[in-house]
Design a protein around this ligand. Structure first.
Ligand SMILES: *Cc1c(COP(=O)(O)O)cnc(C)c1O
Length: 227
């Protein structure tokens, strides 16, 4: 674990340097789905404080077990309308907003004493049927509606682009998400987050302006055949 964390941090720093960016502007989100609480504890001991989970029941077990650590939890999985309440109550971030209905539920269910829930809208850049995310043509409307919900804070955009091995192809998708964010900001959206880049493509994402990389296997190793 310490070696993997060090290696990922070194790569992030190298990519930031190549892009002429400040490494402090890039958050390392450790994707701990399908990893035990002990792995999260080990990562926290290395100074990581942001963790991403995709499966609610598994996540809640870890949140309960590790409550004393004061970690920041991000829900990065698919959102189901009947499971929004525990997400609104227990997480600080949600990255996969792609429908107004879900955002409205999260806003209504966010406890009044908690700060607003940070959210990113997921964009389906390539129009892939089996992937979540709002189509590009519907992004502006959804962003305006989500941005006006009282208990949410719209922070930015998220994408899971098609798998590309060629860095220039990876970068083209990430550049597209950056352009979409810039267009919304030109209209006053005030977005500060680009949630893009995973174990296989985070260097390309950082070169195109990512402010938050979501990294699982490069930090924790394989999740096994089920994933
Ligand atoms: C699993 C997952 C990741 C991490 O993927 P790795 O390839 O293991 O780094 C990032 N983002 C989302 C949305 C995921 O579901």
């Amino acid at each position: 674990m310490p070696e993997r964390v060090r290696a990922v941090r070194t790569e992030i720093a190298a990519a930031a340097a190549r892009a002429g960016r400040n490494v402090a502007d890039i958050t390392l989100l450790a994707v701990s789905k399908a990893q035990p609480a002990s792995a999260v504890r080990a990562a926290a001991a290395e100074g990581l404080c942001d963790f991403g989970e995709s499966y609610l029941n598994e996540a809640l077990e870890k949140l309960n077990a590790l409550e004393a650590l004061g970690l920041t939890w991000h829900f990065i999985g698919r959102l189901q309308a009947n499971k929004t309440r525990p997400i609104a109550e227990r997480f600080q971030w949600v990255h996969g907003i792609d429908r107004l209905h879900i955002a409205q539920r999260l806003s209504a269910q966010r406890p009044v004493h908690a700060p607003p829930l940070n959210v990113c809208i997921q964009v389906n850049l390539a129009g892939e049927d089996r992937k979540a995310g709002v189509p590009q043509a519907e992004l502006a409307g959804l962003a305006a509606a989500v941005g006006s919900l009282p208990r949410l804070r719209l922070r930015g955009l998220m994408c899971i682009p098609p798998v590309e091995t060629e860095p220039s192809h990876q970068r083209a998708w990430f550049a597209r998400l950056h352009e979409l964010q810039a267009a919304l900001n030109a209209q006053g959206a005030g977005l500060d987050t680009l949630s893009m880049g995973m174990s296989g493509d985070f260097e390309s994402a950082i070169l195109e302006g990512s402010t938050l990389v979501r990294i699982g296997t490069a930090l924790f190793g394989s999740r096994g055949p089920a994933q």
